[in-house]
Design a protein around this ligand. Structure first.
Ligand SMILES: Cc1cc2nc3c(=O)[nH]c(=O)nc-3n(C[C@H](O)[C@H](O)[C@H](O)COP(=O)(O)OP(=O)(O)OC[C@H]3O[C@@H](n4cnc5c(N)ncnc54)[C@H](O)[C@@H]3O)c2cc1C
Length: 371
């Protein structure tokens, strides 16, 4: 057992932290307030290789594993978790696990290079935690499919060039790659979400949108397997973002209480305050170890379903608690919007829902244990 990151992982972490402090931190508040996709920073992240971090090098990616992805998410979320575009990484994973050789060759290089941005389109007004009742359809025609349906809560879809679109085909739930330039694609509404606002959310519709069979990911009816191949991975990313938020909030609070005096005493000297710091630090560490184990399992191709759900559950709970306590520790000083705490709170809450709620994580864990 080895609790140390490799030298290259340490170097990568330092590089991402430097980028985050230099590029994302100074603009994060503005893009949150404006509810805008940060195009220029997306380009810079592409140049750094961050968009294809886990894509194999033969497709122009960084060849990293789940641990490198975790480091990336955790470090970037210290400034803003909205800069991790989950749909993009999910699409890469779907293609890697279920794409044909041609699909990988065609789509992985531009995705890894950030020439294409990808979005994930599952949710509908009647479909969230379960696929049951999905109304989007894929009807067969001679050499392909006709897609119809409305999706809601979809991050980055107006900015994306490619979507993975979930629909009911004759054989059941199926995933398709759809170019947003395809006739029949229409954005319906830009939403006004509470958190992760630099990754804007939209509803959109596909109307009689024709795609060839070569745009289907996996077999017809294999949608659930394709989903899990990507979401087990992206939940490690969700957990990492939540850990980054928790750690950053606590560190900011610690530097405040170290210098803040109440009467003639420093706040960090109060016993009750010290216990809060001790408890939060312990729980953040525990959640980090669980995340590391989930990443370790995925990198060894062991089924990480239980551990990824556990990691997201614990990281979600600790992030909400850590940010709330950080505001408490900083008193009135943390209650203003020039501090990032309220944004962290909104982002952490959103991450406890997006990509699978914490209740769904509990169901996954219970299913793994109890059947
Ligand atoms: C910021 C954000 C970004 C998002 N981005 C995307 C995106 O890019 N693409 C996309 O397809 N979707 C996206 N979503 C949608 C997201 O995946 C869903 O919101 C999520 O899966 C939950 O579905 P729901 O909101 O419909 O809640 P519901 O499924 O209606 O659940 C409502 C409540 O019931 C609970 N619940 C549901 N089922 C059970 C159960 N069996 N046992 C116990 N409790 C249960 C839930 O945990 C929740 O508390 C995003 C959501 C958010 C908030």
């Amino acid at each position: 057992m080895d609790f140390e990151w490799s030298e290259s992982q340490k170097v990568f972490q330092a590089r991402v932290r430097g980028f985050t402090e230099r590029v994302i931190e100074p603009e994060a508040k503005e893009f949150d307030e404006k509810n805008l996709f940060p195009v220029a920073t997306f380009r810079k992240m592409s140049k750094e290789g961050f968009l294809g971090i886990t894509v194999p090098s033969e497709y122009g990616g960084g060849n990293g594993g789940a641990m490198e992805y975790s480091i990336l998410c955790e470090e970037i979320a210290r400034a803003s978790a909205a800069y991790i575009h989950n749909g993009h990484y999910q699409t890469e994973k779907m293609l890697f696990h279920y794409g044909t050789a041609e699909q990988r060759r065609e789509f992985l290089p531009p995705l890894a290079a950030g020439e294409f941005l990808a979005a994930t389109a599952i949710s509908e007004s009647g479909v969230g935690s379960s696929f049951n009742g999905m109304a989007a359809t894929a009807s067969r025609e001679k050499d392909g499919y006709i897609l119809n349906g409305e999706k809601v809560h979809i991050n980055d879809v107006a900015e994306a060039q490619i979507i993975n679109f979930f629909a009911m085909a004759p054989q059941g739930l199926t995933v398709f790659l759809v170019h947003t330039a395809t006739p029949g694609f229409t954005i319906l509404e830009k939403m006004d979400p509470m958190g992760l606002r630099a990754s804007p959310i939209y509803s959109f519709r596909l109307t009689d949108c024709r795609v060839p069979e070569s745009r289907r990911i996996g077999q017809e009816g294999q949608g659930a397997q394709v989903f899990f191949s990507a979401f087990n991975h992206s939940r490690i990313g969700n957990a990492s973002c939540l850990l980054g938020i928790a750690a950053e909030a606590l560190e900011r609070a610690i530097s405040f209480i170290r210098q803040r005096k109440v009467g003639n005493r420093v706040v960090a000297d109060f016993q009750g305050i010290r216990w809060i710091v001790a408890e939060l630090s312990t729980r953040i560490e525990a959640a980090g170890l669980l995340r590391d184990r989930a990443a370790w399992m995925e990198d060894r191709e062991k089924d990480p379903a239980r551990e990824t759900s556990m990691a997201k559950l614990l990281a979600g709970e600790i992030a909400m608690e850590a940010v709330s306590q950080a505001i408490q520790l900083t008193g009135s000083h943390g209650c203003y919007r020039d501090k990032p705490f309220e944004r962290y709170l909104r982002d952490a809450k959103s991450l406890c829902i997006a990509g699978g709620t914490l209740e769904v994580m509990k169901n996954n864990i219970a299913r793994q244990i109890l059947g």
